[in-house]
Design a protein around this ligand. Sequence first.
Ligand code: SF4
Ligand code: SF4
Length: 434
Amino acid sequence: MLAERLRTNGVVGAGGAGFPTYKKLERAVEVVIMNAAECEPLLHKDKELLRHHGAMILDGMQRVMREVGSRRGIIGIKNKYKDLIHDLEVACAPLGIHVHALGDFYPAGDEFITVFETTGRVIPPGGLPGDVGCLVTNVETLLNVALDRPVTHKFLTVAGDVAQPVTLRAPVGASYGDVLRAAGVAPESVAHVLVGGVMMGKLSTGMDEVVTRTTGGLLCFPVGHVLPRRYLADAPARDKIGKSACDQCSFCTEMCPRYLIGHPVEPHLAMRGLGFNMVGESLMLSSQFCCECNLCSLYACPEDLFPKDACADNKVALRARKLQHPDTGKKNVKPHSMQEYRHVPLSSLIKKLGLSAYRNVGPLVEIDWDLDQVRIPLKQHVGAPALPCVEVGQRVVEGQMIGRAPAGLGVAVHASMGGFVAEIGESVVIRRND
Ligand code: SF4
Ligand code: SF4
């Protein structure tokens, strides 16, 4: 059965979310959507995968469609990739799969936006694609479905302040330092690494951090670049500046992609809430459906404030207090009349973020890995960690299961290289030599 094999093989959403794919197959849906929008600036792995493994990826999509009883498949891909669109249209014609050309805007790849743009359906606030008959899945995830073997490696783009941006296939558990060296970048020459994307990523804490099944990119930045500076701002400083400098112009709300599809997301209210403790709870509710795309903070706000962080903090507080917006699950939400006119072009975003000097490419290169060690986290996915099923000192081969899937939500974890098990904790460390 496909779902059980995906759980055993450790297939999770490779686009960054890490949701176990087997779980998505439990619900019958009408439309399966391949999310190939890859809207984060500088990331290119999905396009490269479609160029090099297109047939396998379409095979994975058909398997998923069969499993959930879907007769309609859609590929959402940016209209600027004309060569790929042509090849996909030829390959998809006999398969009941339609290629939908998306505009070159951010965040076209946000699941809710992808569903809206490709089908015209609005997922209810706080809902799931399945609520409107859709299943959304990432390109690499579909490749892993088709490969039908343990997920031991991850495709990711190395880009930013580097001579040659590349996409490569890295062993899960390889350190960022090892990956940068393999990409021709001296780790000691890099001041900051943004992991996963410039908009929704996180700042790396060190070159010892490791690749997981959800790592989509390592983006390098020099000292003083505006982006790491923004990510380094601490919460008290952010809130203090926000309280005094926000003039409630509401540009953040007017540009918010979730607000524009009709969801009650109003980051300017979250900002207002920073200064009004007594009415904070009602203002907080406007943050519940924020997807943390960061457009409000990094693009819309003319004062360079942090409305996204105000929303993210509110979401944590709302969960702790068990508060819910009254529109949670509301059906037939209507998009804003200006929705289609307020897309943020990627070119404008790149300019605003100070990325124009960096090459926005990432050709796929083959790497002959020869690592001394990998450190493989037992939790790389949504759900409970995998349960170690090897012992310290044991020899393992590449692809061998080292962590069993837990009883509830979760997947198995596998060795990404052969060697012996040196440590077991939250991660399993495998070393090449005794
Ligand atoms: S956070 Fe920025 S964009 Fe939003 S209301 Fe305040 S000043 Fe305006
Ligand atoms: S991060 Fe900002 S723009 Fe993005 S969904 Fe949240 S409030 Fe809207």
